[in-house]
Design a protein around this ligand. Sequence first.
Ligand SMILES: *Cc1c(COP(=O)(O)O)cnc(C)c1O
Length: 435
Amino acid sequence: MSNENYRYDTQRIHAGYDSDNHFHAVNTPIYQTAAFDLGDIDRARRLWSGAEAGGIYTRVGNPTVTVLEDRIKDLDGGSAAIGLASGMAAITYTIFLLAENGGNIIAASSLYGAAQEAFANFYPKFGIKTKFVKNRNDVSEYESLIDADTRAIYLESISNPNAEIYDFEAIAQIAHKHHVPLVVDNTIATSFLFKPFEHGADIIVYSATKGLSGHGNTIAGLVVESGKFDYTRERFPHFHEKSYKIRDVDGNERTPIEAAPDAPVTTALRSFYLEFIGASLSAFDAYLVLAGLSTISERLTKQVATTKKLVEYLESKPEVTWVRYPSARNSPYAELADKYFPDGAGAVFSFGFGGTREQFKQFISELKIFSYHVNIGDVRSLIVNSPETTHAELSPSDQKLADIPQELVRISVGLEDVRDLIQDLESAFRAVFIK
Ligand SMILES: *Cc1c(COP(=O)(O)O)cnc(C)c1O
């Protein structure tokens, strides 16, 4: 089932699955197998050319993963999606593919810690340099960094940990003026809160480890493409290179664009990156993401409501020096949040702890519900000192660029009763500050 006319809440449960094709199982089965019968010689030929869809070998595709890919594609309104072993695999594969043979990237300087570090120091080892945008809402800075070899502008739809929001439509316009695609990491928002393709994005990457699956029990990633971007020969010569790897059923070499005019990115990712590097999503992990996805709307709705209440509570505490979330007082992102996130700007935010390091240590140890670990989008609420954990890879100057001051504390809001969460914070504040 892939009826684009159904609404989000119906698609998140049904899209991409027809029980007639799965022995009438109502729940998506876990196809725990490495390989699939090819049938006969002619069928094998059709499978290899993509003329017939079907399983060959789980490194490059698996029916459980296919259901997830089709569902995510429909939820985002894209043309195709590919499941990968982690969010970092999704990001790295996408960047490597776009930047093959000498490309560079323009990225906001406020990324998820591992992504920021990879763009800054790891991708350059493979010849891929990133130019970071410092004033992330200054559209002219993005444009001034574009050159003949720029292959993508890269942003997070809601930044981690400060919940920054950018003017996507203005940035997309600049990108498209120069035939550069806009890649958006939509992990924190998820397609429930934000649909990047409706605001000019061309490729979406996800860590499905977070809100999409929502239960902190799997590592998974996804790449979705809109099918609308024109990868020109000038900027993307490798999308116009013929390869026997993506031949047609008669054995003629094809380019990624010839093989899949509306899905060249996911086709190239599957044919080359999954084939040769192989960070495949397992059937079991795809199953867990599908199970979590079926309650995404209820989870995110409650998490956003709880987040707003926690922000309000923390703003009332004298021990809290600032709170960063679009609904917080004086947030510079309130207006952009109204425009792009009418249903809420996610459930991750940061605040400044107005005490000493010793007091902060005690504060963390007093908390009984909030757990101290590095994840987000879990059913459990969690709290972490980003400068020394999630963003510890960044040098002090990169932390400054990403706006991660030493007193920053990040919260990811789960599904507990908000009254208990507030009480937990209140008891910890009292234990530390009222002697
Ligand atoms: C966690 C995260 C990633 C990385 O995803 P993994 O599944 O852990 O590899 C990428 N981007 C954002 C915004 C994240 O929160």
